[in-house]
Write a protein that binds this ligand. Sequence first.
Ligand SMILES: *Cc1c(COP(=O)(O)O)cnc(C)c1O
Length: 253
Amino acid sequence: MTEPADPGRRADPGRRAALAERLATVTARIATAARAAGRDPADVSLVAVTKTFPAADVVHLRALGVTDVAENRDQEAAAKAAEVIAVLGAGGPRWHFVGRLQRNKARSVVRYADVVESVDRPELVQALAAAAGQHRSTPLDVLVQVSLEVGVAGAPAGRGGAGPADVPRIADAVAAAPALRLAGVMAVAPYGADPGPAFAGLAAVAERLHHDHPEASVVSAGMSGDLEAAVAHGATHVRVGTALLGGRPPLSG
Ligand SMILES: *Cc1c(COP(=O)(O)O)cnc(C)c1O
């Protein structure tokens, strides 16, 4: 890495050092959890959730070896991705979109995102398929977001996600769209409940999906507070924000 082409480091070497230390801690947590589950640590990928943090942090993380970052708001993500491309060009990270997504944002998201993890309804599949077909030269990776909320009658609660029974229909729609590539499932554990049973439920949904669509092998689950439980239940990707970047202001999702 040549120093002059690395403005992130010039801007704040202390921040990079702090991120390096936190990254080492998170990486060790993932490895410990994988080994405890009899899994190869190399089979669990880290996605750094950089929402509310500046593009300079993405540049730092990329220099430290992080390959994937995630954002949950289109406006913030589009601007940040453009800033990072200006610094790193084609050497930038893969961008994951993990937030609630309105159909009218599909055209924007497909331009910078490599993966949309939060696809939870057929109308959104159609919007992404149309936008990706128009604005991309390579297929967009898609994860079906599964709601792990239990005991809630009717529509899933505020964290989004399709009910497990709706996953096959959404997955089939993704698989049928030439501009999309079905990659797997994503979920967020329910608030205030033991994440273990929720992640076990996700594993069952993922297994069924993988049976119907052998190419769909990603299980994105686990965040700063529950990544060990997710890895124990087969997560292939953990999405870590706070443990890596520090606290966010409240109401940032
Ligand atoms: C913010 C966010 C994360 C990261 O959460 P932390 O607790 O900060 O690690 C993971 N997944 C989604 C969907 C998020 O919105």
